[in-house]
Write a protein of this length. Sequence first.
Length: 247
Amino acid sequence: MSVAEKLPAEKLPVPVLEYPHWRVTFRPTTYDENRVATLSNCLDTVSKNQVRLRGWDFPYLPPRRDEMGYGARYIAGWSRFGGHVEYWRFYQSTQFLYLGAVREVAESGWADKLRQQQHFLNKPDVSSVPGFLSITNFVYTVTEIFEFAARLSQASVYVEPLEVSIRLSGIRGFTLAADPNWMWVYAYAASEPEIAYRCTFPPAELIATAADTAVKCAIWFFERFGWLNPDVSGIRAEQQKLLSGTW
């Protein structure tokens, strides 16, 4: 049984689903609804294993009580601050659900900035592009996702193979946005409204290879935008900036 695969039935406290958005789930291969004994333990687990690499935690643990929720077998947190429109749940079963608006859309002015920065040799009409996804922010985001999974595994929250699912929804026509110093021949755009990645990893593998796994995941997504020969060294260099704190 996968409770994290289901969208919450009630109306969410933040309008994350109104945006193009990320949906991330972690699901151990066997289901035990009481793997974590209490909701207090759930909160402690999230707090101790948050990823803090760039000024906004993944997942973000709100300091305000009115931005936290408590269900029968889960805790939830949400935020609507700047471009951070997010909602997450961590269940006693150790399943994890994260919904996050694409920041390049939700953050005021970012979309226009990316639109102005893009330069393509074949000169497509960027005014018709519905949105952009920063390659750098993409790499940072998937790195944080896999680092969180690795930290939970390191803490023995996951002791069996873990299914990681990452889905981007509402992104048909969205185009990858490169560093403004880059000159691309083509605009790489999503032809489908949703792109979904899913894979299962032994915990030891996640712990040992979280950064490399994130790069492979980013490349998998970039190919679905039509970028079939991604600059792997450039992607790794961007990731290293995040991991070393020099972003």
